[in-house]
Design a protein around this ligand. Structure first.
Ligand code: PEP
Ligand code: MG
Length: 589
């Protein structure tokens, strides 16, 4: 065994805090294989699960086959024919059914063992062709296992102590299923500060690093690590001296955090009396508590799609109503903005079957999907409307709006829902305010056409930056090009704010830029009315707001207007924070 040497690795720190503990390595594509006994009466349910997984697998294979055939010709697509033969082989399925009855284990375990038996036999064959089929069996089995897991794998089942998760990548549907108590921190090879897994780590207050190249090869399961989510440093097998260093850094940060905690009930107002609405982004209704405890006085964004990602199926109107009503009641009398479904992109639920697309972030996502699926959309709108009866400040926001026409169509469906609820005698706030996310450049550029149709704008910088600069928000390779301070982005933000004020409505920012204390003065200076940040970032933003003068923020925004590069603007922002609130730079890079 190789000596335990310390190794320092650097990635992108995306969620602050220091975590120390043993690694849980989630290697490549390998799924943990659940194994448990089942009762005789559970056998039919396991059979049904297999049948459903086979149907999904068949559909995926046909899809892939078609695409590969189009792109590379039928010869290359042949491999999927072999996979389909495995799925369609009645003797294979019969064998699994028989084993389910005889051995009374969960279907994952039975399937895996049967596939391994097949593969082993084939591997011993003389014939090259048959030996190759062993690989097909293993590939297709992995696919069926994934479908059995339905996207929500419980990686953490059976862990006796919390771990630092190290993985190549984590999907939002996986993050949302995690038991927070079992995780100390998260490290991934892929991803960027605005990939949804990073956003979710911040919401869960989990120190996290993304974009850490080849970490899965360097870290070993069970290795002790120290993770610094501010600087993006991961220390593998730390020396005693390093442990001591980090102990000191952590203690220093705790002192700063304690001071920030005293600001909880203070208003977010500049030294010269300019107030900003400081609210929080939440991923689940239970997060309202954390948001309030950190000093947010409203919910600027509830990412409602998490209800869909977390549950096995489409949540019913009743289930959704309960969730939105819980948010409405808990935050009462302050405001909460429920964003309607933003599925698609990297947010793939197990329930709503989304097609594979070449460019999912430019594809059938969010409001586009909702307008094409009015039953799904109206179920959600009715649930939000009913929740609005509990809080007059519950608001609705449409994501991914690219034109005024989409707002009209969404509003028309909303009116239909109001009529249906009124006819059914159900309570709702008829004057519920509707706003839109400005996160596509076309929406920012035509803000004057959209403004008359809504009561507020909320700028989603995460997507606005990616679409304006043509930089994938989740791609660590081009993370240096992803600049919220790029002059083009600032121009769109400025334009949106000016238009909104001309129309007598307000503009917030709910993208991650709003939670970056270094950028908060710039946004404020541009004239943004509300900043909505992850709960953990709220105290930092509040501190900076309280340390600056509004006039300084305006000067900063004015100076930025003349700058040619995002890097210059960022440096100017950092210099201001360094001057007025230097401690904050200890907690935000
Ligand atoms: C955004 O795009 O800035 C945003 C807040 O939405 P999401 O991160 O959920 O896409
Ligand atoms: Mg977005």
């Amino acid at each position: 065994m190789e000596a335990q040497r310390e190794l320092e690795l650097r990635g992108i720190g995306v969620s602050p805090g220091i975590a120390a503990g043993p690694v849980l390595l989630l290697q490549g594509d390998d799924l943990p294989l659940p194994e448990y006994a089942i009762a005789a009466e559970e056998v039919p349910r396991e059979m049904l699960r297999l049948e459903e997984a086979l149907i999904a697998t068949r559909r995926q294979l046909h899809d892939i086959q078609r695409r590969v055939e189009d792109a590379l010709g039928s010869e290359s697509a042949g491999i999927f024919e072999a996979h389909l033969q495995v799925v369609d082989d009645p003797s294979f399925v019969d064998e699994i059914f028989r084993d389910l009855r005889d051995k009374r284990k969960n279907v994952e375990k039975i399937l895996f063992d049967a596939a391994e038996r097949y593969a082993r036999t084939l591997r011993q064959m003389e014939d090259d062709y048959l030996r190759e089929r062993a690989t097909d069996i293993r590939d297709v089995t992995r696919r069926i296992l994934r479908n059995l897991a339905g996207g929500g794998v419980d990686w953490l089942a059976g862990l006796d102590s919390p771990r630092v998760l190290v993985a190549r990548d984590l999907a939002p549907s996986e993050m949302v299923a995690f038991d927070r108590r079992k995780i100390l921190g998260v490290v991934t090879e892929l991803g960027s500060p605005t990939s949804h897994a990073a956003i979710m780590a911040r919401a869960m207050d989990l120190p996290a690093i993304v974009g850490l190249h080849a970490v899965c090869e360097k870290a070993r399961d069970g290795d002790r690590v120290i993770l610094d989510g501010v600087r993006g440093v991961l220390v593998l097998r730390p020396s005693p001296a390093r442990e001591e260093d980090y102990g000191r850094i952590a203690r220093g940060r705790i002192v700063i955090q304690k001071r920030l905690a005293t600001l909880k009930d203070e208003p977010a107002v500049t030294r010269d009396g300019h107030a900003v609405a400081l609210s929080a982004n939440i991923e689940m209704p239970a997060d309202v508590e954390a948001a309030w405890a950190r000093g947010a006085r409203g919910i600027g964004l509830f990412r409602s799609e998490n209800l869909f990602l977390a549950s096995g199926g489409d949540p019913s109107e009743e289930r959704q109503y309960e969730a939105y009503a819980e948010v409405a009641r808990r935050i009462m009398p302050e405001s909460a903005i429920i964003r309607t479904l933003d599925l698609g992109g990297d947010k793939m639920p197990a329930s709503v079957k989304l097609p594979d697309e070449a460019n999912p972030f430019l594809g059938w996502r969010a409001i586009r999907l909702c307008l094409d699926r009015p039953v799904l959309f109206k179920t959600q709108l009715r649930a939000i409307l009913r929740a609005s009866a509990h809080n007059p400040n519950l608001r609705i926001m449409y994501p991914m709006i690219s034109s005024a026409a989409e707002v009209d169509r969404a509003n028309a469906l909303l009116e239909e829902c109001k009529a249906e609820l009124a006819a059914a005698g159900l309570a709702f706030n008829a004057a519920v305010e509707v706003g839109v996310m400005i996160e596509i450049p076309s929406a920012a550029l035509t803000a004057d056409l959209i403004a008359p149709k809504v009561k507020f704008f909320s700028i989603g910088t995460n997507d606005l930056v990616q679409y304006t600069l043509a930089v994938d928000r989740g791609n660590e390779r081009i993370a240096q090009l992803y600049e919220p301070t790029h002059p083009a982005v600032l121009q769109l933000i400025r334009h949106t704010v000016e238009v909104s004020h001309r129309h007598g409505i307000w503009t917030g920012v709910c993208g991650e830029a709003a939670g970056n204390p270094i950028l908060a003065p710039l946004l404020l200076g541009i004239g943004v009315d509300e900043l909505s940040a992850s709960p953990g970032a709220v105290p930092l933003v509040k501190d900076v707001v309280r340390q600056i003068r509004y006039a300084e923020a305006q000067d900063l925004a004015e100076a930025a207007r003349g700058m040619a590069t995002g890097a210059e603007v960022l440096e100017l922002c950092r210099a201001l924070v360094r001057r007025v609130a230097p401690e904050i730079l200890e907690l935000a890079e």
